[in-house]
Design a protein around this ligand. Structure first.
Ligand code: APR
Ligand code: ZN
Length: 350
């Protein structure tokens, strides 16, 4: 049994509590991980606002990287001291472990169990996850950079490369230039897209977007983003538009900003009760499609090492994503900064 300072959401919209929890030992097929870093992703904030319902109380965090402390019986993929990125959608027939990890009562407060966000719960000094949630990485990759690959980078880059399969010279519009949207932008750069049009309400975010390779930026607070995308794409509309915010009305804008035969890809997670509307006629008559992308349609065992190699080659920006670093006790500050639009990504380091 380990003890870990953890960030706990007790009830929707209540202040988080940072407190020591008991972390039980890893069982068959499970791994105890000492966290090195956990990114602050908007999905955690969606849980705080209640837009993404979670069993509460819950240890937040799902963008994590750390070092294996101890393994349960039968674990073969990793061993103690291995550095790992945590994967919140374990793969290859491991549903049994996944379900087990989701309900495995890892964290306890005075004998009462506390859930883990997405089977990870990385906003804690230690967590226990399914073996298949551990993607081993080389020990020389800084964990505060590596953790970003565990959600935002994979989700954004993968939406372009794996889900949409954007080709060189195709046009891309990105609605939302936050921690995930910036990675859609750098995925579009890797794919050779042109133009790459970034849309946000916040000038600071549009500045980051340029730094990450956007060729054009549009402030949706002062300019109609759909008209702006049409203007920049010969009045046709973009080949691909990505919604990376989670707002139903922006999904509609993304759909209106694509050309005939174009594709709107929804990466942001709208509130659980929200419906999305698009003009139905344009589905057949303009042959437009609206698709979703979860976790960048990733094969994590294949894609995490690829992204790390791209980082090492100077082709993937990770250092530039981290605007601020926090300690676990400052977790509420980190969410406030995200809500105020002050950071590309905030990272909690342990
Ligand atoms: N139009 C344009 N941009 C907007 C709008 C809008 N109406 N509303 C918000 N934004 C911008 C914000 O200014 C911010 O830059 O969207 C961005 C959201 O970024 P973050 O808060 O950093 O969120 P992120 O972690 O990138 O997650 C975005 O992806 O994976 C999902 O659950 C996640 O739904 C969330 C989304
Ligand atoms: Zn996330």
């Amino acid at each position: 049994m380990a003890s870990a300072q953890a960030a706990v959401l007790n009830a929707v919209r209540e202040p988080l509590s940072v407190e020591p929890l008991a972390v039980r030992d890893p069982r068959d097929g499970e791994v105890l991980v000492r966290l090195g870093a956990s990114g602050v992703c908007h999905s955690d904030l969606h849980a705080i606002t209640g837009d993404l319902p979670m069993p509460l109380p819950c240890v937040l965090g799902h963008e994590g990287a750390g070092v294996v402390e101890k393994v349960g019986a039968g674990v073969q993929r990793v061993k103690p001291k291995d550095h790992v990125v945590l994967n919140w959608v374990p793969f290859c027939g491991s549903c049994w472990y996944y379900v087990k990890a989701m309900t495995a009562e890892v964290f306890h407060r005075n004998g009462t169990s506390i859930s883990q966000f997405a089977g990870i719960g990385s906003m804690a000094e230690f967590t226990v996850v399914a073996e298949n949630a551990c993607i081993p990485i080389d020990a020389d990759v800084p964990l505060d950079r590596a953790c970003l690959i565990g959600c935002g980078v994979m989700t954004g880059v993968g939406a372009v490369i794996n889900t949409a399969r954007v080709q060189p010279g195709q046009s891309v519009a990105v609605f939302g230039a936050g921690g995930v949207g910036l990675n859609v932008i750098q995925g579009a750069v890797l794919a050779g897209a042109n133009p790459i049009i970034a849309i946000d309400l916040n000038e600071r975010k549009l500045g980051f977007a340029k730094q990450f390779g956007a060729t054009h930026t549009v402030n949706a607070g002062s300019t109609d983003p759909v008209s702006a995308v049409l203007d920049l794409t010969g009045m046709r509309g973009a080949d691909y538009a990505f919604e990376v915010i989670g707002r139903p009305e922006v999904v509609t804008q993304a759909f209106m900003a694509i050309r005939r035969g174009g594709k709107a890809v929804v990466v942001g997670v709208p509130p659980a009760t929200a419906m999305v509307s698009v003009p139905g006629m344009l589905l057949p008559l303009a042959e437009k499609s609206l698709v979703g992308s979860l976790y960048g349609s990733a094969n994590m065992a294949r894609d995490v090492p690829r992204l790390i190699d791209l980082y090492r080659a100077g082709k993937l920006k990770l250092d530039e994503l981290i605007t601020r670093r926090y300690k676990i006790a400052q977790v509420s500050e980190a969410f406030t900064a995200m809500e105020k639009g002050e950071v590309a990504r905030g990272v909690i380091t342990f």
